[in-house]
Design a protein around this ligand. Structure first.
Ligand SMILES: Nc1ncnc2c1ncn2[C@@H]1O[C@H](COP(=O)(O)OP(=O)(O)OP(=O)(O)O)[C@@H](O)[C@H]1O
Length: 656
């Protein structure tokens, strides 16, 4: 049975094998007979056929067989149909081209006419590749949105000087009266600096009518001045104010000078008093240093009766903005309607100060109110006491028309800074009248207005600048080394805070005492003192006076006196802590190298601050002007022992 079954199975397999062989033979035959066409187009149908005809066929085998068959075919056999097909494709392209180029009638074509294949047709110009537009340059961006008047600024060469003739009628082109010239010469000023020679003809025109106290029909243009530190900006506004106000008969508040600090108020007052000596001008200050009622009594003559024209004991008021607002709001008869000059010195700093919107209030007080309300104080007895621009508001019934005609305020605004702002927003807050800009700077290759626009500030030509990168822990020791090595006296040392001024002075005192002991009682003791807002106004004044008298050699201070302070003998400025921005740097280093004198500025930079500081200088295009300094360990070694002792002493003094 088993044998019979096995024989049947064998027979069946034989039949199957035979069937397969027949199938393969047929397939081979079919391939041979198959018309020669592109391989890709036929192969798919073949496979489909296989799948239908021989469902039981082993697919692996089939594949092998196919591969064999393909190998057997000569490669030309496959290539041939492709070669035949190509012209067809070209024809298709030609047909497409016909859309544009109509084929000529065959009869019209001369025999020797070039065929379309033989003519090389001109190719169409290719489209330009997409490209990004060039980014606008830094300078173009800087000029965007800039005040038109600033773009048209008058650039003044900082080296220009104008000698003042010793005596006689000739003013030497200065426009100054003989009295003023004499006074200048008495003060040792024999020539005018560039900022003064530029500003004087503008503020003191030859035409005496334009020097009037009131110019209601032809109000003067406002002025903005950017000039380096120590270039004589103070005298540039004090001189014309003294000249014009000296012609007055009645005392009115005609010049208002606003400054950021009390120290600067004192300094500018001294300049006014020195220049205005013998001219009969009364000068007052308001800083909050004295009681409010004391200041009131200095400013106004009559506090009891309200007067439309105000009442003033002084011609010139020099003040800080805070105290000015206090008087505007709280002192009866304190009026700014007669102002001929409004000076904003260190303008960029003051414009950044929003104290009670001081600027808005001051500007409003210089012009008549727009709502046409009469003066709250009732009818003034003498209407000539009211400034011309304010007279239209008087409620007289029989007032002549020329009095009621609207006139403009004669107040001329003068803005000064070594780092004048270019911020259009801040400048517009000043409501400048047809402003004229003057930029005093060294000759430069590029357009000078760009320097202003891009916050590139001019430094005094006589200033030398250094930077020294050091480890934080060694900074005090390096500072002491510099003091002794260069025998620094008359130095201003800036730190970042009031607290750090005190600490550095203490450490220096401990160190100096130890050093003197260690060197056998060296008599050359350095006197160092701290100067900051932690001190009372009286203490500050006393310390500043001692420094000016050279009783103090090293004044360690906060940024409180980094602006405007003028101490002629300062030979070194040390930024013990790096300044936070370029403006601060400019003002700090500008405390030396003033009025054409030489000066040195050093900045101690901790390693982690170096990148920031260098970037700041680079952006102001000033990095290459600051020389690098190095102090070796060898230099520090002899002082290290005193330093360690001083540090321990300081620690102990704070822990007590
Ligand atoms: N024509 C001049 N001849 C000699 N010295 C002058 C002259 N003009 C000004 N000075 C002196 O130059 C010094 C600097 O002047 P001033 O304080 O006005 O500078 P500044 O431009 O206001 O500086 P800063 O921007 O730092 O406030 C002062 O001591 C001043 O007396």
């Amino acid at each position: 049975m088993v044998i019979a079954a096995a024989a049947a199975s064998l027979e069946k397999n034989k039949e199957k094998t035979k069937a397969k062989q027949r199938y393969l033979k047929r397939k081979k035959q079919r391939r041979k007979n198959k018309p020669k066409v592109a391989a890709g187009s036929v192969s798919g149908s073949d496979d489909e056929e296989d799948a239908v005809i021989v469902p039981g066929a082993d697919s692996e085998e089939e594949k092998d067989e196919d591969e064999v068959l393909i190998e057997q075919d000569p490669p030309q056999a496959e290539d041939k149909p492709r070669k035949e097909k190509r012209p067809k494709k070209r024809q298709k392209v030609a047909e497409d081209d016909d859309v544009e180029m109509q084929e000529p009638e065959p009869d019209l074509i001369p025999e020797d006419a070039p065929t379309i294949e033989s003519v090389s047709l001109p190719t169409l110009p290719s489209f330009p590749l997409p490209a990004l537009p060039d980014a606008p340059s830094k300078s173009v961006l800087a000029l965007q949105g800039l005040d038109r008047a600033l773009v048209g600024a008058e650039i003044v060469d900082s080296t220009g000087l104008l000698p003042i003739p010793p005596d006689g009628e000739d003013d030497g082109g200065t426009g100054l009266t003989e009295k003023t010239r004499k006074r200048l010469l008495e003060l040792g000023i024999v020539e005018l600096f560039a900022v003064q020679t530029t500003l004087l003809p503008f503020l003191l025109p030859r035409n005496p009518l334009q020097r009037s106290l009131y110019l209601p029909f032809d109000p003067p243009r406002d002025v903005c001045v950017s000039a380096p530190t120590g270039s004589g900006k103070t005298l540039a506004y004090v001189l014309p104010i003294v000249e014009i106000l000296s012609t007055r008969i009645v005392t009115r508040l005609r010049a208002l000078i606003v400054l950021p600090t009390r120290d600067l108020v004192t300094q500018v007052r001294e300049t006014f008093e020195a220049l205005g000596k013998g001219r009969g001008l009364k000068i007052g200050t308001a800083t909050g240093q004295h009681s409010f009622s004391h200041e009131q009594s200095q400013l106004v003559a009559d506090k009891t009766t309200q007067l439309a024209g105000g009442s003033s004991r002084i011609d010139v008021l020099i003040c800080t903005p805070g105290r000015l607002i206090d008087h505007l709001n709280g002192t009866p008869n304190f009026s700014l309607q007669h102002l001929r000059f409004l000076v904003i010195d260190e303008a960029d700093r003051l414009l950044a100060q929003s104290f009670q919107e001081w600027l808005v209030q001051v500007l409003a007080a210089t012009r008549p109110p727009s709502d046409e309300t009469s003066f709250a104080g009732g009818l003034p007895q003498h209407h000539d006491a009211v400034a011309p621009a304010f007279r239209s508001l008087l409620s007289y019934a029989d007032i002549p028309s020329f009095v009621t005609e609207r006139k403009e305020s004669s107040c001329q605004k003068l803005l000064f800074s070594a780092t004048l702002t270019r911020d259009p927003g801040k400048l517009s807050a000043l409501e400048l009248r047809d402003p004229k800009y003057f930029v005093v700077q060294e000759k430069s290759d590029g357009p000078a207005v760009l320097d202003v626009a891009m916050d590139k500030f001019t430094m005094p030509a006589t200033l030398t600048e250094h930077m020294l990168v050091c480890e934080s822990s060694l900074k005090p020791l390096i500072f002491f080394h510099l003091v002794y090595k260069h025998n620094i006296t008359n130095a201003l040392v800036f730190t970042k805070s009031a607290e750090s001024t005190t600490r550095l002075v203490r450490l220096f005192d401990f160190f100096d005492a130890r050093r003197r002991m260690g060197t056998g009682g060296d008599p050359s003791a350095f006197v160092a003192r701290a100067y900051s807002s932690d001190l009372s106004a009286g203490e500050r004044k006393s310390i500043l006076d001692k420094f000016k008298a050279k009783e103090i050699q090293i004044l360690v201070c906060s940024d409180l006196i980094s602006r405007g302070i003028d101490i002629s003998h300062v030979s070194h400025v040390v930024s013990y802590d790096v300044p936070v921005d370029m403006r601060k740097y400019v003002h700090r280093v500008g405390r030396t190298a003033r009025a054409g004198r030489a000066g040195d500025a050093w900045t101690l930079v901790e390693e982690q601050e170096a990148r920031y500081f260098k970037t700041m200088l680079k952006q102001a295009e000033h990095l290459e002007k600051v020389k690098r300094m190095k102090v070796g360990e060898k230099d520090l070694a002899p002082l290290a022992v005193y330093y360690e002792g001083a540090l321990a002493q300081l620690k102990e003094s704070y822990s007590r």
